[in-house]
Design a protein around this ligand. Structure first.
Ligand code: MG
Length: 164
């Protein structure tokens, strides 16, 4: 068994679409980043890569590379999964916390879980997403951004799979 942790934070700004956990969420602001800035998927990528002993998302998909401009983070996640499997690991479960004052994520969590279950190819009950506020404290509490923490557990697969 191998465990990994991922953390990410993005600023909220007007004129951007809000995409979290691969799901479009109606909100007056969106996350700012080189890619679609999906904070939860980025933290998930780093948790998986960390557990597999691989370089982090910033090294694999540098924000100086135009290839990843406005990239769909789920496509980055798919590439991460290929690397994790190629390294001989299977994903056991992932647990996560989103921290945001607004919007309220609860109504969208089932859709995020379904999306991640589909991409990770693990059962729904192996994915957990919790949403918390920052109790109006600090920059998260002022609604300036959204943060995510993810923990992922991997197990060595009997036969390493080289393809997606
Ligand atoms: Mg990020």
């Amino acid at each position: 068994m191998r465990i990994g942790i991922g953390y990410d934070l993005h600023r909220l700004a007007e004129g951007r679409q809000l995409i979290v956990g691969g799901v479009e969420i109606p909100f007056e602001r969106g996350l700012v980043g080189h890619s679609d800035a999906d904070v939860l998927v980025h933290a998930l990528c780093d948790a998986l890569l960390g557990a597999a002993g691989q370089p982090d998302i910033g090294r694999l998909f540098p924000d100086t590379d135009p290839t990843y401009r406005d990239a769909n983070s789920l496509s980055l996640l798919r590439q991460v999964i290929v690397r994790v499997r190629a390294a001989g690991y299977a994903i056991v479960n992932v647990d996560s916390v989103l921290i945001a004052e607004r919007p309220k994520f609860a109504p969208y969590i089932p859709a995020m879980c379904r999306k991640l279950s589909e991409v990770l190819q693990i059962p729904l009950e192996s994915i957990n997403i919790k949403a918390k506020t920052a109790e109006r404290l600090g920059f998260l509490g002022a609604g300036e951004g959204i943060a995510a923490y993810v923990v992922a557990l991997l197990e060595r697969s009997v036969e390493p799979c080289k393809s997606s």
